[in-house]
Design a protein around this ligand. Structure first.
Ligand SMILES: Cc1cc2nc3c(=O)[nH]c(=O)nc-3n(C[C@H](O)[C@H](O)[C@H](O)COP(=O)(O)O)c2cc1C
Length: 155
């Protein structure tokens, strides 16, 4: 089994999670920034995880464009799942933003739908891992929670 984690990251938090997850999943796992994924890596992967920071209720353009650009059926036969990083609603003190979050959500769910559209078998619920503030750091315990989420997906 070859596990590929394709991520984007602006401040480094999603990258940190992706690298820690790959490290915990053994020698067949690799985390690669979205601009550096080549066809060979993707073809060899039997499990694909896609990750993005939530920015304006969505994934980054780089991740969305990469997924959109895959040919139809490119992910046939692969297990896949998506996660994002996000701010906990408990830490948002603007009523307006809370309403917007309720309405528009986060990056992981639409990413998961895009994975399915390209033929992947969704093997775990989309997940969100928390940062303490807009630019991070990751909330305590989130690396371990993300590693557990990945083991669940691989089981
Ligand atoms: C311009 C901008 C927009 C953001 N929009 C959201 C959002 O809609 N929902 C949310 O939960 N967090 C939002 N955040 C916080 C990001 O999710 C946070 O910066 C990200 O998780 C950090 O990951 P990274 O270090 O990998 O970039 C936003 C942050 C910035 C700077």
């Amino acid at each position: 089994m070859s596990i590929l984690i394709v991520y984007d990251s602006v401040f480094g938090n999603t990258e940190k999670l992706a690298q820690a997850m790959a490290a915990s999943a053994g020698s067949e796992a690799k985390a690669v920034r979205v601009g550096e994924v080549d066809e060979k890596l993707l073809t060899a992967a039997t499990v694909l995880v896609v990750a993005s920071p939530t920015r304006a209720f969505s994934a980054t353009p780089a991740i969305k464009n990469w997924l959109k650009g895959l040919r139809s059926g490119a992910l046939n036969g692969k297990k896949a799942a998506a996660f994002d990083t996000r701010v906990d609603t408990a830490k948002i003190n603007s009523r307006f933003l809370l309403v917007m979050v309720k309405l528009f959500g986060y990056a992981a769910e639409p990413l998961s739908r895009m994975l399915a559209k390209k033929g992947a078998l969704i093997a775990a619920q989309p997940a969100g891992f928390y940062v303490d503030d807009s630019e991070g750091p990751l909330t305590a315990g989130e690396i371990e929670r993300a590693q557990q989420w990945l083991s669940g997906l691989l089981a």
